[in-house]
Design a protein around this ligand. Structure first.
Ligand SMILES: *Cc1c(COP(=O)(O)O)cnc(C)c1O
Length: 388
């Protein structure tokens, strides 16, 4: 077969990594649930926690083809992927530079686990490459970024970061969850290791917990050595479910991205919305950079309700769009960070991070954008208070 990375995107989603059903000629991959395989006269000694069952291997080929890398691994959650990837390259006394705003779970992992093992870390004060450069120490091993970032859709210059890191022999990692491999392939900009919460776009139907890493054969082999000790492998049935979901990954994400642009443009015009954060809007401070390094602007955005519209009341008034902690499903969802993900911070700490009371993070689904806009409009009309 042709190099899988060179196939069309829908062909990769549909076919790469599939297992031929030689026995019954079924059209889809059989699922091999065995946890025990022969050790004699076999090419590979297979075991689920070795990440090498037939279904796991097939899924890894698909993810590698989508991220245009040599290899990949599939995990039971995004955090299983993130923790294995980070710890694979770190030991006592090492230093990590992390982007200012990263996923809350990763932030918590760093705060709770790094110190225990004597790993040093620094957060940048912005997404600017100068900030990263200023923090480099002789023991810096990893630069960790997330672009677009959660919840304000900040953009980090991947090429500038990887150039900086390569010159100093530092490994670069990106949480590529928000863009998905459909809208962004960081390896093209020199980033070493791509990480995904498969619970989001890869799964896409709000019913699978999974994670993935993608990179060179050498880097993935190193992550594998750590991953088998932590045991965050994905069960074969869930791998099979994920394969089913990923067949439509491009179709879903393309449609969601298209809808997001329409909704973002509507929100930007609305007198009830103070600000919209979406890389596809020319008003986004890093729109030009996003245009260079992203294939599409993605389906995540955030917006600020104007004073007089309460974030919780607004979300409760939505009829179609679901208030929901997670994101990236077929169905549109909202979350208000000040009242949920960032509720434990003081109002001052939130404002430092740009999170106002009326901030709504919006995950655009596949519903027709006119229906989404009508729902947002009616919820605004229902909850807005006349300011006197
Ligand atoms: C959800 C998420 C994660 C964590 O993934 P889990 O599957 O919940 O472990 C990491 N990064 C980002 C950007 C996410 O949205």
């Amino acid at each position: 077969m042709k190099d899988p990375k060179k196939l069309g995107i829908n062909t990769i989603c549909t076919h790469v990594g599939e297992i031929e059903d030689k026995q019954f000629k079924g059209a889809v991959s059989p699922v091999y649930m065995a946890t025990s395989y022969a050790f004699d006269n076999v090419d590979v000694k297979r075991y689920p926690r070795y990440f090498n069952t037939p279904n796991q291997e097939g899924m890894c080929r698909k993810i590698a083809a989508l991220e245009k890398t040599e290899d990949a691994l599939v995990f039971s959650s995004g955090m299983a992927a993130i923790s294995a990837a980070l710890f694979a390259f770190l030991q006592k006394g090492d230093h990590v530079i992390l982007q200012q705003v990263i996923y809350g779970g990763t932030y918590n992992f760093v705060a709770k686990e790094f110190e225990k093992y004597g790993i040093e870390y620094s957060y940048t004060e912005s997404n600017s490459v100068n900030d990263f450069e200023a923090l480099i120490q002789s023991n810096t091993k990893i630069i960790y970024i997330e672009t677009p970032s959660n919840p304000l859709l900040g953009i980090t210059d991947m090429k500038a970061i990887s150039d900086l890191a390569k010159a100093k022999g530092i490994i670069t990692m990106i949480d590529n969850t928000f863009a998905s491999p459909i809208n962004q392939n960081p390896v093209a900009y020199g980033i070493d290791i791509m990480i995904h919460s498969g619970t989001k776009y890869m799964g896409g139907h709000s019913d699978i917990s999974a994670g993935a890493v993608a990179g060179s054969k050498e880097h993935i082999a190193k992550i594998w050595e750590t991953a088998i000790n932590y045991g965050g492998n994905l069960s074969d049935f869930m791998v099979w479910m994920l394969e089913r979901s990923m067949k439509t990954l491009n179709l879903r994400v393309k449609e969601q991205t298209k809808n997001a642009q329409v909704v973002a443009e509507y929100l930007e015009e609305s007198p009830h919305i103070d600000r919209v954060y979406y890389p596809g809007l020319t008003s986004h401070p890093d729109h030009e950079l996003a245009k260079i390094q992203m294939k599409g602007f993605g389906a995540m955005m955030a917006f600020e309700l104007t004073e007089g519209i309460d974030a919780m009341e607004f979300q409760n008034a939505l009829e179609l769009i679901k208030p929901s902690m997670s994101l990236a499903g077929l169905e549109s969802t909202t979350v208000s960070p000040a009242q949920t993900t960032h509720a434990l911070l003081t109002e001052e700490e939130r404002l430092e991070r740009g999170i106002k009371q009326g901030l709504i993070r919006f995950s655009t689904g596949i519903e027709e954008p006119e229906d989404l806009i009508a729902d947002i409009e009616q919820a605004i009309q229902k909850t807005k208070k006349e300011l006197v």
